[in-house]
Design a protein around this ligand. Structure first.
Ligand code: GDP
Length: 139
C-alpha cells in the first residue's frame, strides 16, 4: 500500500526570493494537507546528514553548501499516494526539464537551486519527517 505522507522543503533560494507563500498556496490548492511545518536554518553538517545518501556524488559539496546557505521551510504533507503525486507536482530535478506549471519550472533556477525537495519513497518520507519533526509535532 502506498503511504499518505511525504516530506518537502522550500530550499534557501526559493525562501530568500520570497516564494514561500506562493509555493505553499499551490501545495494546498493541489489538495495536500500540512501536517507539520517549520522554518529552520541547517548547518552544513546537518545538511550533510540529511543528504548522506549522496555523499559520494560530485555535487554533494555544492548541495550541502547551498542547503545551509539560508533558512528553509520544512513540512510534512498528507494526501493519498503522497510521494508519487508530489514528485509529479514539483517536476523534474532540473527545472529546465520540468513540465510547465510545476513548482520547479515556476520557481527553480537550476539543478542545484531547484526550489523544493520532495521525498523519493515512503521510506525516505518517514526518515525525512523524523529528521525534522518530533512525534508531538506530527500529530
Ligand atoms: P530529487 O529527488 O529530484 O531532489 O533529486 P536527487 O535526489 O537526485 O538529488 C537531490 C538534490 O541534489 C536535487 O534536488 C538537487 O538540488 C541536487 N542535485 C542533483 N543532481 C545534481 C547535479 O548534477 N548537480 C547539482 N549541482 N545538484 C544536483
Amino acid at each position: 500500500m502506498t503511504g499518505t505522507i511525504t516530506f518537502t522543503m522550500i530550499k534557501p533560494s526559493a525562501f530568500s526570493a520570497g516564494y514561500t507563500g506562493n509555493i505553499l498556496a499551490k501545495i494546498e490548492a493541489a489538495g495536500y494537507k500540512i501536517k507539520a511545518m517549520k522554518k529552520i536554518s541547517l548547518s552544513k553538517e546537518q545538511a550533510g546528514h540529511f543528504y548522506e545518501m549522496h555523499k559520494e556524488r560530485p555535487f554533494y559539496e555544492e548541495l550541502t553548501n547551498f542547503m545551509s546557505s539560508g533558512p528553509i521551510v520544512a513540512a510534512i504533507l498528507e494526501k493519498e499516494n503522497a510521494v508519487e503525486s508530489f514528485r509529479k507536482f514539483i517536476g523534474a530535478t532540473d527545472p529546465a526539464k520540468a513540465d510547465e506549471g510545476t513548482i520547479r519550472k515556476l520557481y527553480g533556477k537550476n539543478l542545484s537551486e531547484n526550489a523544493v525537495h520532495g521525498s523519493d519513497s515512503d521510506e525516505s518520507a518517514q526518515r525525512e519527517a523524523g529528521f525534522f519533526f518530533s512525534f508531538l509535532e506530527m500529530v
